[in-house]
Design a protein around this ligand. Structure first.
Ligand code: HEM
Length: 228
């Protein structure tokens, strides 16, 4: 199938605009406002719904993101794994379960931010736009898993070559033209989220406090007057 001018715009121009904005603005924000590089925890404002929203969301999104990265980096390994139907089923069902976990967590995050007055007050327009984009993206991903199954295989064989062609600055959209609308929408929104990333709380992803994993434990003592 031949690529239309719209395909050229969405799968060649948009990815480069998004990736360029991501690189430039992420560095700029880090240099100008490094203290804003956080997701600004709201746990101390509300701590009941917080756990049931943020935790499932993070377990789900991390598993799904790692899955996408593996399919991008070792597509042949995924295709080899999937060559056995039982392993293909296990991978597909696990990915769908993680997608649903992410979706449930995100809905809980949105409900918490809408219904708790204190949290609503500290939620910005940028947060709402981000939550909306993530909601459509994750619901779209779950939709793809249901309506266009075996994504782990066709991602590795069709999307990985396209994505690498973009990174190698030699975009080849022949793989994209024949993709179903839902898949095209998922890719376009992924690039929009990447472009929007530096303006949002998602920057916290780049400052994960890894040293906590190996630094020595810290003992915190409270010095105060003893109660009688
Ligand atoms: C290892 C990776 C990650 C770590 C360590 C991490 C850590 C955190 C922390 C500490 C918070 C604040 C939670 C609170 O309110 O107390 C947070 C919030 C958030 N994170 Fe992550 N995160 C990670 C990956 C991700 C990814 C991949 C996404 C993808 C979209 C994401 C999206 C969000 C969102 C949207 C919030 C706001 C939730 C809310 O407060 O309503 N995070 N994250």
């Amino acid at each position: 199938m031949n690529a239309t001018p719209l395909d050229t715009f969405l799968f060649i121009a948009l990815p480069y605009v998004s990736l360029f904005t991501f690189l430039l603005m992420t560095i700029y924000r880090y240099r100008q406002q490094s203290f804003s590089y956080s997701s600004l925890s709201s746990q101390f404002l509300e701590n009941k719904q917080h756990f049931w929203a943020v935790v499932p969301f993070h377990y789900g999104i991390l598993a799904v993101t790692v899955g996408h990265i593996i399919a991008l980096c070792i597509p042949r390994g995924i295709l080899l794994w999937n060559s056995h139907p039982l392993r293909l089923f296990i991978l597909e069902i696990s990915a769908l379960a993680c997608g649903l976990l992410t979706l449930i967590g995100l809905v809980a995050i949105i409900v918490r931010r809408m219904t708790t007055t204190k949290i609503r007050r500290v939620t910005t327009i940028t947060d709402w736009i981000l939550f909306f984009m993530l909601l459509v993206q994750i619901a779209g991903g779950v939709g793809i898993a249901i309506f266009h199954p075996w994504g782990s295989s066709w991602f590795a064989s069709n999307l990985t070559p396209y994505l690498w062609s973009v990174f190698r600055l030699n975009p080849d959209i022949s793989y994209m033209a024949a993709m179903p609308a839902l898949v095209k929408g998922h890719i376009v929104l992924a690039f929009l989220i990447i472009g929007f990333f530096p303006f949002t709380r998602l920057v916290h992803l780049l400052v994960i406090p890894n040293p906590y994993l190996w630094r020595k434990p810290q003992v915190v003592r409270w010095y105060g007057r003893k109660k009688p």
